[in-house]
Write a protein that binds this ligand. Structure first.
Ligand code: FMN
Length: 340
């Protein structure tokens, strides 16, 4: 394991050595990746929706608690991402299973985090809320969240509209006591260092780990990540109705990036909204699910702009170690340039 340990609000709160999280990724995050995160002094997370079959979620939580309890002197941790939107029909069931198994921390996305915060409070679990602007951050702060995940421009998945250089300091200025984890476009030690210097307490890294050895997605998907540049990543509302970053495959070009007028109308009408969004999301989930298998002509691959900085498939341990090493190296290099 790398020698660099950082002591700050986040590492203390999560009990980790280095302030980095492997971000939750639908259909990508798995037990091996989270286990490697924990064994290498950071935190690993997964969306509860990756485990939709009966008993699957319970089983992985039992396994993760066992790994966490056997870490010894290494400080690593894990968390679960719960989609709190009304369209998530497994929300209550998944929250009950997570609470019973005392999940150490949660990441909530899309919607009101209050029920997750109440459940986590009952046993001392922590809750971090995905935010892309100050309005949503205000609501999460009012509900008593323990931290924000500031999702900035170019992030994989539902990227925010604001650059991290603005979003992170704005959150810190408005909510000085709430730690901020920066997410979006971070794949190197320089990226980590820049976020820490903005005042973030840590980073959440997704896209870099899609092309890890442990990710159980097709080699075509991993190669597409390794070969894509920043201009190959585009936004689409076709998958979930909310803007999402994908690789600009031939199929993505063919179907276009925006919902048609009827889809938009059904998404906004008060009577059809909930059910239509549910349908769009189920359809989008099916499309993504087909795409993590070997490539077909309907391939839609979710990935952020940091694909530009990713060239090869490596193990999670190698990725974590090199990011930590680079953070230390880049810090020392920068320090040498400062003149009193
Ligand atoms: C393939 C993929 C799937 C994702 N799935 C989810 C998800 O299910 N829930 C969620 O909150 N965020 C999801 N995200 C967003 C990540 O949690 C994280 O915010 C993002 O990956 C950070 O940006 P980066 O990819 O540039 O590192 C996903 C991202 C990717 C790339």
């Amino acid at each position: 394991m790398s020698s660099l340990k950082i002591k700050n609000q986040l590492t203390e709160m999560l009990g980790i050595d280095f302030p980095m999280i492997i971000a939750p990724m639908f259909l990508v995050s798995n037990l091996e990746m989270i286990s490697e995160a924990m064994k290498n002094g950071i935190a690993g997370t997964f969306p509860s929706l990756n485990y939709r079959k009966e008993n699957e979620l319970e089983k992985i939580l039992l396994e993760l608690n066992k790994i966490k309890n056997s870490l010894g002197t290494i400080k690593g941790n894990y968390g679960v991402n719960i989609i709190v939107q009304k369209t998530n029909i497994l929300f209550e069931k998944h929250l009950e299973i997570c609470t019973r198994n005392k999940v150490p921390f949660y990441i909530t996305s899309l919607g009101n985090p209050a029920p997750v915060i109440a459940a986590a409070r009952s046993y001392g679990g922590k809750v971090f809320c995905d935010v892309t602007n100050l309005v949503h951050a205000q609501k999460c702060a009012q509900e008593g969240c323990d931290g924000f995940i500031a999702v900035g421009q170019g992030a994989g998945g539902h990227a925010g509209p604001n650059p991290l250089q603005v979003l992170v300091p704005a959150l810190i200025k408005n909510f000085p006591n709430i730690p901020v984890i920066a997410a979006g476009g971070i794949a190197t030690g320089g990226g980590v260092l820049s976020c820490l210097s903005l005042g973030a307490s840590g980073v959440s890294v997704g896209t870099r780990f899609i092309s890890s050895i442990e990710a159980k997605v097709s080699d075509d998907y991993k190669q597409a990540i390794n070969k894509s540049g920043m201009d190959d990543i585009v936004m689409t509302t076709k998958i979930s109705g909310t803007p999402c970053t994908i690789i600009n495959t031939d199929y993505a070009k063919k179907i276009g990036y925006e919902q048609n007028w009827l889809e938009k109308k059904l998404s906004n009408n008060s009577t059809t909204k909930k059910y239509f969004k549910m349908l769009v999301q189920l359809r989008g989930m099916k499309k993504l699910q087909d795409s993590v298998l070997p490539a077909n002509y309907k391939t839609l691959w979710c990935a952020g702009k940091s694909a530009e900085l990713i060239y090869e498939t490596k193990s999670c341990k190698e990725i974590i170690d090199s990011i930590i090493r680079e953070t230390k190296h880049d810090y020392e290099k920068l320090k040498k340039t400062f003149q009193e």
